[in-house]
Design a protein around this ligand. Structure first.
Ligand code: F6P
Length: 327
């Protein structure tokens, strides 16, 4: 389809992530500086279907780079997964004279974007915004670094009380199907081990990490458990430990949505700013259905279909590092 890029629509969808606002700001200002109008779409695909749209000027994105969450709000829409839902979305796109979309979100957001792009031949660019860091083709997603630091700070606090009482603490960490947050937070906080979906040898790990720690009279052990590494999460692991070792005084802390909020780190603000500009650039170059990525410090573009489908594994050396450092 031949199109003249006059108006871009931008939305945030799925689980929010710190730095999404910085990305919205960058998209808005990069577009305006290229003479392109920006229509902000509220509440993700739901707002696109319902026509919740506002034209943005540069002032609309003032003072938001430091704010967590998303000023555009976010939602997970079941209706958009249906053909009727996407037809409604397309009708809004036509009515609002939106020539192209920039969608900020994760796996689910990109799956929806790819389908809409295929069905209605709309240029769509994805910006990876999720604390999970589970998208192929980028070393980092917006929000991941901030969430990692939040988890590390929480574990540091927990370690104080864990040490006073010489207890075993299980800390449940988010991540959907991926263990990046859990493994890296474990490394950063000096946890004894991490239970992640990519490597599941739960009781062996516990025996090795906690057993050895206790032999060295550490008294305290902190284990990070990825929410979906085992059905029932950290509570299920706690039951296993309590059965084998009632003497450990096991306690569980579920960090939950605490991990998704907060002011974005410098890394996330800079990443979001670069990616927002790169997304507009991609549209100016007439790219479509690609995700902006970061590889070895450089901005890249990868097909949306690959970003969604290909599986990114945790780094083997990091897993090894955790084993070596917890003895
Ligand atoms: O994808 C981001 C994420 O925070 C995952 O880590 C988590 O599994 C999920 O979203 C939680 O979703 P909700 O906020 O809808 O409960």
């Amino acid at each position: 389809m031949e199109y003249k890029l006059k108006t871009i629509g931008v939305l945030t969808s799925g689980g929010d992530a710190p730095g999404m606002n910085a990305a919205v700001r960058a998209v808005t200002r990069a577009a305006i500086s290229n003479g392109i109008a920006v229509k902000a779409i509220y509440r993700g695909y739901k707002g696109l279907m319902d026509g919740e749209i506002q034209t943005f000027s540069s002032e609309n994105v003032s003072g938001i780079i430091q704010r967590g969450g998303t000023i555009l709000r976010s939602a997970r829409s079941e209706e958009f997964k249906t053909a009727e839902g996407r037809k409604k979305a397309y009708e809004t796109i036509r009515k609002e004279k939106i020539d192209a979309l920039i969608v900020i979100g994760g796996d689910g957001t990109f799956t929806g974007a790819r389908t809409l792009a295929q069905e209605y031949n709309i240029p769509i660019i994805g910006i990876p915004g999720t604390i999970d860091n589970d998208l192929w083709g980028t070393d980092a997603t917006i929000g991941y670094d901030t969430a990692l630091n939040t988890i590390m700070n929480c574990v540091d606090i927990l370690r104080d009380t864990a040490t006073s009482h010489e207890r075993v603490f299980l800390v449940e960490v988010m991540g959907r199907d991926a263990g990046f947050l859990t493994l890296n937070a474990a490394l950063a906080s000096g946890a004894e081990t991490a239970i992640i979906p990519e490597r599941t040898t739960i009781m062996e790990q516990i025996e090795e990490a906690i057993g050895q720690g206790r032999r060295k009279s550490k008294g305290t052990s902190i284990v990070l458990v990825q929410e979906h590494a085992i059905e029932g999460g950290a509570q299920a692991v706690a039951k296993m430990i309590e059965k084998a070792h009632p003497e450990y005084g096991t306690r569980v802390t579920i960090l939950g949505h605490l991990q998704r909020g907060g002011s974005p780190s410098a890394f996330d603000r800079i990443l979001a700013s670069r990616m927002g500009i790169a997304a507009v650039q991609a549209l100016l170059e007439e790219q479509r259905s690609v995700m902006v990525g970061l590889q070895d410090g450089e901005i890249t573009y990868v097909p949306l279909s690959k970003a969604i489908k290909e599986k990114k594994d945790v780094k083997a050396d990091k897993w090894q590092a955790l084993q070596v450092l917890s003895i």
